[in-house]
Design a protein around this ligand. Sequence first.
Ligand code: PLP
Length: 362
Amino acid sequence: MMPVFTDHFGNASSIHWFGQHAKTLIDDARKHIAQLINAETSEVVFLSGGTEADNFAIRGIAGKGGHIITSTIEHHAVLHTCKDLEKQGVAVTWLPVSRDGLVDPEEVRKALRPDTVLITIMHANNEIGTVQPIEEIGKIAAEADVYFHSDGVQSTGKIPVDVKKLGVDLYSISAHKIHGPKGVGALFVKKGTMLKPLLTGGGHERNRRSGTENVAGIVGFGEAARLARVGLQGEMTRVRELRDQLESELKKRIELIHINGEKAPRLPNTSNIMVDFAEGEGLVISLDLKGVAVSTGSACSSGSLEPSHVLTAIGKTPDEAHGSLRVSLSSMTTSEDINYVVEILPGIVERLRELSPYYKKV
Ligand code: PLP
C-alpha cells in the first residue's frame, strides 16, 4: 500500500498513464479476491467494507418490496438492514436457530412464499463461529428461483470458500477480517444478478458502485487475499489445534465453563467460552490488563448492556450471555499465547467468582 500512498497516486478512472497504472493495480487485486472465492473477476465489486456489502446486497434486491428470509443470529449489518426494510413494508421471516447456532435448511424451504425475493443467511457467525449449511440452502434457493445472499465476512480466508459450490448469488467480504486494511471490502455479485446500486454517481465498478476507488485499500485487500489463499490449508489446521488446545486446557483447569456452539461445525479460529458465575466485562478487563485482547458478545456492540442477540438466540439467559467471552485466534497467534491465557485465566476467574454472591466452590 505504501507505494500507492506515495508514488502511484493516479485515479483509476483517468485515461492518462498514471491513472491506468492505478487501474492495473486494482485489476490485480480483483484477481486475488476472485481466486480466493472462486469467482470471475467481473463478479467482484469493491466497496467500503462488510457493512456496505450487506446493505448493497439486501437493499439492492429487496429495496422495492417483497419478502426476505433471514436468521436471528445475523450480524447487525444484516439484522438492522432487514429491520429497516421491515419498517418500510418489506415482509421478513426471522428463522430461529438450534441451541448450537445452526439454521435448519428445511425451515428455509418452509418459509418460502410466492413473493420471496431474497434469502440472506450468514456463512459463519461472528460470535460463536458456527458455519451454516450454505450449500444446502443454496440448492433450495436455486430450486425456488430466489436470490441468495450470504455474509461471508467471517468465513472468507478462514475456511475454503467457493461461491459456485455454495450456490450464492451475492457474498459479502471485508478486508480487515483477513489482515487487510479497514474500510474496504467486496461484494460478489453473480453474473446476471439484477441489483439496484446504493450510490448514484459516476458509474464506477461497472455501474455497481459509484465513487472513486480506494486504490491503496484495494491493493492491501488484494495482497491480504493472496496471502490468505496461499496459507489457508496450513493455517486452518494450525489455528484449529491451538483453539482446541485452549478449550481443552481451560476445561481441565476451570470448573463450570462451557463452549457455545461446540457441537456444530465451527470456524477453526473462534471460541465462545461461557464462564458461570463470572462477569464477562470483568474477564475482558482483567485479561486486557495482562495484555490479552478478547471481547464479550460482539465487538461491534460492546459497550452496550444488551446481552448478545446471538447468545440469546441459542437459548442462553441474559446472565449466561453476559458471562461469555469471545476469543478469536489468527495467523499471528502462537502456542505461547495460548499457554499464557491458560496460565492466567483460572486465577482471574477465581478472583471474579469470589465476588459473586451465587458461587459456591464445588
Ligand atoms: N458481517 C460480519 C459477520 C462481521 O463480523 C462484520 C464485522 O465485524 C461485518 C459484517 C461488518 O464488516 P465491516 O466492519 O467491514 O463493515
